[in-house]
Design a protein around this ligand. Structure first.
Ligand code: PLP
Length: 228
Protein backbone atom coordinates (compact mmCIF):
# COMPACT_ATOMS: atom_id res chain seq x y z
CA UNK A 1 0.00 0.00 0.00
CA UNK A 2 2.52 2.59 1.18
CA UNK A 3 4.95 1.51 -1.55
CA UNK A 4 2.28 1.79 -4.24
CA UNK A 5 1.08 5.15 -2.96
CA UNK A 6 4.61 6.49 -3.07
CA UNK A 7 5.26 5.08 -6.48
CA UNK A 8 2.07 6.62 -7.88
CA UNK A 9 2.82 10.00 -6.37
CA UNK A 10 6.40 10.05 -7.61
CA UNK A 11 5.22 9.15 -11.09
CA UNK A 12 3.12 12.30 -11.13
CA UNK A 13 5.47 14.73 -9.41
CA UNK A 14 7.96 16.58 -11.59
CA UNK A 15 11.47 15.43 -10.69
CA UNK A 16 12.46 18.84 -9.32
CA UNK A 17 9.59 18.92 -6.81
CA UNK A 18 10.52 17.51 -3.41
CA UNK A 19 8.19 15.05 -1.77
CA UNK A 20 7.99 15.42 2.00
CA UNK A 21 6.24 12.39 3.48
CA UNK A 22 4.21 13.53 6.49
CA UNK A 23 4.43 10.67 8.96
CA UNK A 24 2.82 12.24 12.04
CA UNK A 25 0.68 9.81 14.06
CA UNK A 26 1.95 6.90 11.95
CA UNK A 27 4.04 4.17 13.50
CA UNK A 28 7.75 3.62 13.01
CA UNK A 29 7.04 0.52 10.92
CA UNK A 30 5.18 2.54 8.31
CA UNK A 31 8.00 5.04 8.08
CA UNK A 32 10.46 2.19 7.61
CA UNK A 33 8.31 0.78 4.83
CA UNK A 34 8.48 4.11 3.03
CA UNK A 35 12.20 4.36 3.78
CA UNK A 36 12.85 0.94 2.29
CA UNK A 37 10.94 2.04 -0.80
CA UNK A 38 13.50 4.84 -1.14
CA UNK A 39 11.81 7.79 0.57
CA UNK A 40 14.26 9.86 2.65
CA UNK A 41 12.37 13.07 3.43
CA UNK A 42 9.84 12.92 6.27
CA UNK A 43 7.95 15.45 8.38
CA UNK A 44 6.45 15.48 11.84
CA UNK A 45 4.38 18.05 13.68
CA UNK A 46 4.76 17.26 17.38
CA UNK A 47 8.11 17.76 19.15
CA UNK A 48 8.05 14.65 21.31
CA UNK A 49 7.03 12.37 18.49
CA UNK A 50 9.57 14.02 16.20
CA UNK A 51 12.42 13.43 18.63
CA UNK A 52 11.44 9.86 19.45
CA UNK A 53 11.23 8.92 15.79
CA UNK A 54 14.39 10.76 14.79
CA UNK A 55 16.51 8.90 17.34
CA UNK A 56 15.09 5.50 16.40
CA UNK A 57 15.12 5.73 12.64
CA UNK A 58 18.04 5.68 10.17
CA UNK A 59 20.36 8.66 10.37
CA UNK A 60 20.18 9.55 6.71
CA UNK A 61 16.54 10.60 6.95
CA UNK A 62 16.02 14.28 6.21
CA UNK A 63 13.58 15.40 8.92
CA UNK A 64 11.33 18.40 8.49
CA UNK A 65 9.35 19.94 11.32
CA UNK A 66 5.96 21.28 10.22
CA UNK A 67 3.95 21.83 13.41
CA UNK A 68 3.49 24.57 15.94
CA UNK A 69 6.74 24.88 17.86
CA UNK A 70 6.94 26.34 21.34
CA UNK A 71 10.23 27.89 22.30
CA UNK A 72 10.59 25.57 25.30
CA UNK A 73 10.55 22.55 22.95
CA UNK A 74 13.38 23.62 20.66
CA UNK A 75 15.83 21.17 22.14
CA UNK A 76 13.66 18.25 21.08
CA UNK A 77 13.52 19.40 17.51
CA UNK A 78 16.52 21.42 16.40
CA UNK A 79 19.27 18.82 16.91
CA UNK A 80 17.51 16.54 14.40
CA UNK A 81 15.79 18.92 12.01
CA UNK A 82 17.04 19.41 8.49
CA UNK A 83 14.51 22.22 8.20
CA UNK A 84 11.82 23.89 10.29
CA UNK A 85 9.02 24.74 7.88
CA UNK A 86 6.57 26.23 10.35
CA UNK A 87 8.24 29.35 11.70
CA UNK A 88 5.27 31.56 12.41
CA UNK A 89 6.43 34.22 14.84
CA UNK A 90 9.38 36.49 15.34
CA UNK A 91 9.68 35.20 18.89
CA UNK A 92 10.17 31.66 17.61
CA UNK A 93 12.60 32.79 14.92
CA UNK A 94 14.71 34.64 17.51
CA UNK A 95 14.71 31.63 19.82
CA UNK A 96 15.85 29.35 17.00
CA UNK A 97 18.56 31.84 16.11
CA UNK A 98 19.79 31.94 19.71
CA UNK A 99 19.86 28.15 19.89
CA UNK A 100 21.75 27.95 16.60
CA UNK A 101 24.34 30.53 17.59
CA UNK A 102 24.77 28.89 20.99
CA UNK A 103 25.31 25.48 19.39
CA UNK A 104 27.46 26.52 16.46
CA UNK A 105 24.78 25.49 14.01
CA UNK A 106 22.75 27.00 11.21
CA UNK A 107 19.08 26.13 11.02
CA UNK A 108 17.19 26.11 7.72
CA UNK A 109 13.76 27.66 8.03
CA UNK A 110 10.73 28.45 5.96
CA UNK A 111 8.58 31.37 7.03
CA UNK A 112 4.93 30.38 7.22
CA UNK A 113 2.75 32.85 5.41
CA UNK A 114 -0.87 33.20 6.47
CA UNK A 115 -3.14 33.28 3.44
CA UNK A 116 -6.06 31.02 4.33
CA UNK A 117 -9.46 32.43 5.17
CA UNK A 118 -9.39 30.89 8.65
CA UNK A 119 -8.21 33.35 11.28
CA UNK A 120 -7.16 30.39 13.38
CA UNK A 121 -4.36 29.35 11.05
CA UNK A 122 -0.83 30.31 11.98
CA UNK A 123 1.51 32.44 10.03
CA UNK A 124 3.01 35.81 9.24
CA UNK A 125 1.44 38.56 7.21
CA UNK A 126 3.25 39.61 4.05
CA UNK A 127 4.47 42.79 5.78
CA UNK A 128 5.96 40.81 8.66
CA UNK A 129 7.85 38.52 6.27
CA UNK A 130 9.20 41.51 4.39
CA UNK A 131 10.29 43.16 7.61
CA UNK A 132 12.15 40.03 8.75
CA UNK A 133 13.92 39.50 5.45
CA UNK A 134 15.17 43.09 5.43
CA UNK A 135 16.91 42.13 8.68
CA UNK A 136 17.95 38.66 7.51
CA UNK A 137 21.64 39.34 8.12
CA UNK A 138 21.06 39.93 11.80
CA UNK A 139 19.90 36.31 12.16
CA UNK A 140 23.30 34.72 12.03
CA UNK A 141 22.09 31.23 12.90
CA UNK A 142 19.26 31.13 10.36
CA UNK A 143 19.25 30.11 6.71
CA UNK A 144 16.13 31.52 5.11
CA UNK A 145 15.04 28.88 2.58
CA UNK A 146 11.64 30.13 1.44
CA UNK A 147 7.96 30.15 2.34
CA UNK A 148 5.46 27.59 3.60
CA UNK A 149 1.73 28.02 3.29
CA UNK A 150 -1.59 26.32 3.72
CA UNK A 151 -4.66 27.06 1.69
CA UNK A 152 -8.13 27.57 3.08
CA UNK A 153 -9.62 24.25 4.16
CA UNK A 154 -12.28 23.85 1.47
CA UNK A 155 -13.25 21.60 -1.44
CA UNK A 156 -13.57 24.66 -3.64
CA UNK A 157 -10.42 24.41 -5.74
CA UNK A 158 -10.84 27.97 -7.05
CA UNK A 159 -10.40 29.27 -3.50
CA UNK A 160 -7.41 26.99 -2.98
CA UNK A 161 -5.87 28.09 -6.28
CA UNK A 162 -6.40 31.74 -5.34
CA UNK A 163 -4.64 31.21 -1.98
CA UNK A 164 -1.72 29.41 -3.59
CA UNK A 165 -1.56 32.03 -6.33
CA UNK A 166 -1.13 34.76 -3.71
CA UNK A 167 1.66 32.87 -1.96
CA UNK A 168 3.38 32.23 -5.25
CA UNK A 169 3.20 35.85 -6.32
CA UNK A 170 4.65 36.97 -3.00
CA UNK A 171 7.36 34.32 -3.14
CA UNK A 172 8.41 35.52 -6.60
CA UNK A 173 8.45 39.11 -5.40
CA UNK A 174 10.66 38.22 -2.41
CA UNK A 175 13.06 36.12 -4.47
CA UNK A 176 13.53 39.04 -6.79
CA UNK A 177 13.95 41.56 -3.97
CA UNK A 178 16.36 39.48 -1.88
CA UNK A 179 18.59 37.94 -4.50
CA UNK A 180 21.47 37.86 -2.03
CA UNK A 181 19.60 35.17 -0.05
CA UNK A 182 20.66 32.43 -2.41
CA UNK A 183 19.01 29.59 -0.51
CA UNK A 184 15.65 31.32 -0.56
CA UNK A 185 14.11 29.07 -3.20
CA UNK A 186 11.57 26.71 -1.63
CA UNK A 187 7.84 27.18 -1.87
CA UNK A 188 6.28 24.52 0.35
CA UNK A 189 2.63 24.33 -0.65
CA UNK A 190 0.36 21.37 -1.32
CA UNK A 191 -0.98 18.51 0.82
CA UNK A 192 -2.87 15.30 -0.01
CA UNK A 193 -6.03 17.10 -1.10
CA UNK A 194 -4.51 19.97 -3.05
CA UNK A 195 -1.01 19.13 -4.25
CA UNK A 196 -1.98 19.13 -7.91
CA UNK A 197 -3.32 22.64 -7.58
CA UNK A 198 -0.15 23.59 -5.69
CA UNK A 199 2.02 22.30 -8.53
CA UNK A 200 0.21 24.61 -10.92
CA UNK A 201 1.18 27.44 -8.57
CA UNK A 202 4.86 26.61 -8.67
CA UNK A 203 5.25 24.48 -5.56
CA UNK A 204 8.80 23.19 -5.07
CA UNK A 205 7.93 20.99 -2.07
CA UNK A 206 4.72 19.12 -1.30
CA UNK A 207 3.87 17.81 2.19
CA UNK A 208 1.83 14.67 1.84
CA UNK A 209 0.59 12.42 4.62
CA UNK A 210 -2.76 10.76 4.08
CA UNK A 211 -2.18 9.97 0.41
CA UNK A 212 0.90 7.97 1.40
CA UNK A 213 0.17 6.49 4.82
CA UNK A 214 -3.63 6.49 4.90
CA UNK A 215 -5.87 8.11 7.49
CA UNK A 216 -4.31 9.18 10.75
CA UNK A 217 -5.62 7.49 13.86
CA UNK A 218 -4.65 9.97 16.57
CA UNK A 219 -4.64 8.05 19.81
CA UNK A 220 -5.33 4.40 19.71
CA UNK A 221 -2.17 2.79 18.55
CA UNK A 222 1.25 3.16 20.11
CA UNK A 223 3.22 5.76 18.21
CA UNK A 224 6.61 4.63 19.20
CA UNK A 225 7.55 1.02 19.24
CA UNK A 226 10.20 -0.42 21.45
CA UNK A 227 12.61 -1.31 18.73
CA UNK A 228 12.87 -1.34 14.98
C1 PLP B 1 -0.60 17.02 8.53
C2 PLP B 1 0.01 18.07 7.67
C3 PLP B 1 0.20 17.85 6.29
C4 PLP B 1 -0.23 16.59 5.57
O1 PLP B 1 -1.61 16.54 5.44
P1 PLP B 1 -2.31 15.41 4.54
O2 PLP B 1 -3.63 16.01 4.25
O3 PLP B 1 -2.41 14.19 5.38
O4 PLP B 1 -1.49 15.21 3.33
C5 PLP B 1 0.83 18.86 5.57
N1 PLP B 1 1.23 20.00 6.14
C6 PLP B 1 1.06 20.25 7.46
C7 PLP B 1 1.54 21.53 8.01
C8 PLP B 1 0.44 19.30 8.26
O5 PLP B 1 0.27 19.56 9.55
Amino acid sequence: MIETNLENLLAELPSDVKLVAVSKYHPIQDILTAYQAGQRRFAESRPQEFEAKAVQLPQDIEWHFIGHLQTNKLKMVLPFAYMVQSVDSERLLSAIDRWACGNGRKVRVLLELHVAAEESKQGFTEEEVLDILFRAESYRGIIFCGLMGMATNTDDMDTVAADFGRIRAYFDYLKDLFQELDEFRELSIGMSSDWKTALESGSTMVRIGTAIFGERVPVLRPLIQDSI
